[in-house]
Write a protein that binds this ligand. Structure first.
Ligand code: COA
Length: 276
């Protein structure tokens, strides 16, 4: 079946890896209401798409995403509260609700500019790899607005408080290498290696048991703001449900290989799944 097509978003595939591309390069992939509706629909589609095992979110052209579209998202909805509410709901839905609960791993492949509201989907992706020369910035102060939606929450959740305050308050931009130093992305690589390195990570994830991966990322996210006692309860119950969800886990294949067959040492290399 042919993929769905959108005005502001593109789907491209490399086997089980799916690229979801913000596609308004002439506006540096700024997020218009239309882009929010397209992303919401495309992510819901890919979440249930059996061929997709990993999603990579990137931007067409030289920009990853220049933040909310100041004209279409802010100015043109200023006197249209119904449209503002509808686009604001879609904006939060895909950038936070859908992405943080996505059933498959997601990677932000930051190919260029990343500003303002774009920090929300950046932080919601499970992993992030940036071009060394990508430019990041919380430019809200320049427009007389604060890093709103949940951008300020994303900053304090992801960065040390000193870094969050500095970049939010000054609006100073920084590059991909600095983004690694402050904990915003996992790796920064030369731009001409960005796609290859991102695919390398995606292929590594494809080799893992998808249920272990999903339960792990759900667990890591869920315990973030819990008390230790609650986290212990939650993770115990979570492990029980993983056990029930996956026969390979229930059979403790990895442990048998280590303890009985002595054919596997996790410290020396990743677990190879049995071939089906
Ligand atoms: N909202 C609306 N339009 C935007 C935009 C945004 N956030 N970011 C870029 N654009 C538009 C520009 O208005 C321009 O449109 P035009 O061709 O109709 O004039 C087009 O995209 C290209 O932008 P331009 O500034 O010429 O490209 P550049 O490559 O020289 O610079 C940026 C790119 C991203 C550095 C620059 O556009 C910029 O600073 N944008 C604002 C980013 C921002 O502050 N985002 C947070 C919003 S809260």
């Amino acid at each position: 079946m042919a993929d769905k097509t959108y005005e502001n978003v593109k789907i491209e595939r490399e086997g089980e890896i799916t690229f979801l591309i913000l596609n308004r390069p002439e506006k540096r992939n700024a997020m218009s209401p239309g882009l929010h509706y397209d992303m919401e629909d495309a992510l819901l589609f890919l979440n249930d798409d059996p061929q997709t095992k990993v999603v990579i979110i990137t931007g067409a052209g030289d920009s990853w995403c220049a933040g909310q579209d100041l004209k279409l998202y802010f100015r043109e909805t200023a006197n249209n509260p119904a449209e503002r509410k509808r686009s604001n709901t879609a904006s939060h839905h895909w950038r936070h609700d859908i992405l943080t609960r996505f059933s498959k791993p997601t990677i932000a492949m930051v190919n260029g500019f990343c500003f303002g509201g774009a920090f929300t989907q950046l932080c919601s992706c499970d992993f992030a790899i940036a071009a060394e020369d990508a430019i990041f910035g919380l430019s809200e102060v320049n427009w007389g607005i604060i890093p709103g939606g949940i951008v300020s929450w994303n900053l304090t959740d992801m960065l040390l408080p000193r870094h969050a305050m500095y970049y939010a308050a000054t609006g100073e931009s920084f590059d991909g290498k600095r983004a690694v130093e402050i904990g915003l992305v996992n790796f920064a690589v030369p731009k001409d290696e960005l796609k290859a390195k991102t695919l390398e990570l995606a292929n590594k994830l494809l080799k893992l048991n998808p249920n272990v991966l999903r339960f792990t990322k759900e667990g890591v996210r869920a315990v973030r703001h819990m008390r230790a006692d609650d986290a212990r309860e939650y993770l115990g119950a979570k492990q029980d449900s993983l056990q029930k969800a996956d026969k390979e886990i229930a059979d403790r294949v990895g442990m048998k290989k280590f303890l009985d067959e002595k054919s596997y040492r996790p410290g020396l290399g990743p677990y190879q799944r049995p071939q089906s």
